[in-house]
Ligand binder design. Structure first.
Ligand code: GLY
Length: 581
């Protein structure tokens, strides 16, 4: 028998492991991994456990937790707390998110909603100026921009309910990073020097994130965060109580009272992470499990997949004009529904079953003209989705037994509101901007936003975050997710289609060029990599195409194949890492 292919595979595996973790370990794979060496993008391979995320140190911490015998939830929680130290643009204690867990034992899927809530005193028109326009500075960059943070409650709920390690064990690495300091990476320097400029407007953020002379930390500098270490230690010692009722809560409330913020001691004490059933649906041989409301992500990913299910997408050709036309038209229909029917399910009766129904999708599919773009204004009367600049982050965790975690969390904008709570080292989110600030009235673009997502005290703002796990023939196969605000949904959708339909490996599925259409504005955003010929064909069909400019999303994905873990961090942003062993 010719053993060359297997030798090549073993060699490749060794190289990839060495590259990602700094050491190699004998594998116990019972089946060889077949890699197609003709593919332009290859994943990192590991055998036992893997974490893929936006930053190296936190990702390696998650992988080490797995090596120490922790389960995937322990690793996800340790990574989440570590990212709060190493990746301040989106890693957080002061924000919120969603965690989707697959437990091999019992074949269970759990979804933890730790989205922020509006403070009780928040009200429908709170961001409106006397002339009816939005007060954007207050909505995004004031203490009133913050919802009640959910991250600490969510992470600790996950740990206590599904983890196996103690709080002290999973928080210790993050505390050490904050206390001892981290070497500033290229990515961190870049993020602080560019996206972090607004941090200078808040004296506490200026003190925390810049050197005493006000300039950004340089690459290789040691950046210590003693206040954040104190906060993390409080959480390790006292649990969620410290954050929601104890000394940290007192500091948050003191900042709110001093700065016209709305979050009270009662708001913090009332905060709960909620376990909800994830949304799920079938696409051919795959089952897709994803985020339910208050995320719109899972619903619309399933809705669009349903619309595309009967089409021979392979025959159309990956990223051909005919394929992208079909994608864009399906996206338009889904995002039109988003503006009307999606919101916090505890405040609005979201018709999840109807929106993800195959018969509904078949009716919607008939609305798509194969040769002509349908103007968005004829799909439904004008309601526009908030699509301002958003930042968020995703990471995926898996082990060889098939346990997986797909976690997306956020401060909303990069560095959130850019306001830090004095004495805690932590930034506050600006998630209130994800509500419709001007429901029923024309917004900045002359269009009207959905009433279902209006601001109400205690409510969770509508999200697009879409942590997703796909099952192939009943087995966990792909965990993925992305940042990108309204573009998260279309990013995850195309990553799934690339893997499920076009048979791409996990790296290629995340890296190939993407498009985005969100119904309004009526335009396709297309990344570099969509050919100008294709763009011309789309324009001939009546599409407005905006080519180039910003990239769309950034996936962090793990695929399990034949017991091997294949990981890929999207190269659209710097600093991502795959840590496996
Ligand atoms: N803040 C981004 C999202 O939740 O969609």
């Amino acid at each position: 028998m010719n053993r060359l292919p297997q030798l090549l595979i073993a060699l490749l595996t060794l190289c990839l492991l060495t590259a990602s973790t700094g050491f190699a370990r004998e594998t116990t794979a019972d089946q060889p991994l077949i890699i197609d060496f003709n593919e332009r993008f290859l994943p990192v391979v590991a055998r036992h456990g893997m974490v893929v995320g936006p930053e190296q140190l936190a990702t390696e911490i998650g992988s080490r937790i797995l090596q120490q015998g922790g389960n995937v939830v322990d690793a996800a929680v340790a990574t989440g707390f570590a990212l709060a130290v190493t990746y301040p643009r989106a890693g957080n204690l002061g924000g919120g998110g969603f965690m989707l867990i697959h437990l091999a034992e019992g074949n269970r899927q759990l979804f933890i909603d730790y989205r922020e809530t509006a403070p009780a005193a928040a009200s429908r028109d709170m961001f409106l100026l006397p002339d009816g326009k939005e007060d954007l500075m207050r909505e995004y960059f004031s203490l009133q921009a913050s919802g009640v943070p959910g991250t600490v409650a969510g992470m600790l709920y996950a740990l206590e309910t599904y983890g196996s390690m103690s709080r002290q064990q999973v928080l210790a690495p993050a505390i050490a990073l904050a206390e001892e300091g981290i070497a500033v990476s290229f990515a961190l320097n870049y993020e602080l020097a560019t996206g972090g400029q607004r941090l200078r407007d808040d004296p506490e953020s200026l003190r925390l994130f810049f050197k005493p002379d006000g300039i950004p930390y340089e690459i290789g500098d040691t950046w210590r965060q003693p206040d954040l270490a104190w906060t993390l230690r409080q959480i390790a010692d006292q649990g969620a109580e410290a954050f929601y009722r104890g000394e940290i809560a007192q500091r948050i409330v003191a900042a709110m009272e001093a700065g016209n913020g709305l979050i009270t001691r009662q708001d913090l004490a009332d905060y709960r992470a909620i376990e909800r059933p994830p949304v799920r649906g079938h696409f051919r041989e795959f089952e897709v499990v994803s985020a339910p409301p208050p995320s719109s992500g899972g619903v619309h990913i399933l809705q669009i997949l349903n619309m595309l299910e009967a089409d021979n997408l392979v025959a159309l050709g990956h990223n051909s004009a005919a394929y992208l036309h079909l994608l864009a038209e399906s996206m338009k229909l889904a995002y039109a529904d988003r503006s009307q029917y999606l919101a916090d399910p505890d405040y609005f009766d979201v018709p999840v079953a109807q929106l993800t129904d195959k018969a509904y999708a078949a009716r919607q599919r008939k609305l798509i003209d194969p040769g002509r773009a349908t103007p968005s204004t004829t799909i439904a009367p004008g309601r526009e989705l908030h699509a301002r600049s958003k930042d968020t982050t995703h990471y995926s965790v898996a082990d060889a037994k098939g346990n997986m975690v797909s976690n997306t969390y956020t401060l909303n904008a990069s560095f959130g509101s850019a306001i830090a709570v004095p004495g805690t080292g932590k930034l506050l989110n600006n998630e209130m901007g994800d509500f419709a600030a001007v429901p029923g009235k024309p917004n900045l673009f002359g269009l009207v936003q959905g009433e279902s997502n209006r601001i109400e005290g205690g409510k969770r703002p509508l999200s697009s975050m879409s942590p997703t796990i796909v099952y192939r023939q009943g087995k966990p196969w792909l965990a993925t997710g992305s940042p990108g605000g309204s573009r998260i949904i279309t990013t995850v959708l195309q990553t799934l289609l690339n893997a499920m339909v076009f048979d791409m490996n996990v790296a290629a599925a995340g890296i190939n060029a993407r498009i985005h259409h969100q119904w309004l504005p009526d335009e396709i955003l297309a990344e570099d990599g969509i050919s100008p010929d294709t763009v011309r064909l789309l324009e001939q069909m009546g599409h407005k195409v905006v080519l180039g400019g910003r990239t769309i999303g950034r996936t962090e994905s793990i695929m399990i194949r034949d017991g091997w873990l294949l990981g890929a961090t999207d190269t659209r942003r710097p600093g991502g890492w795959v840590a496996g062993y």
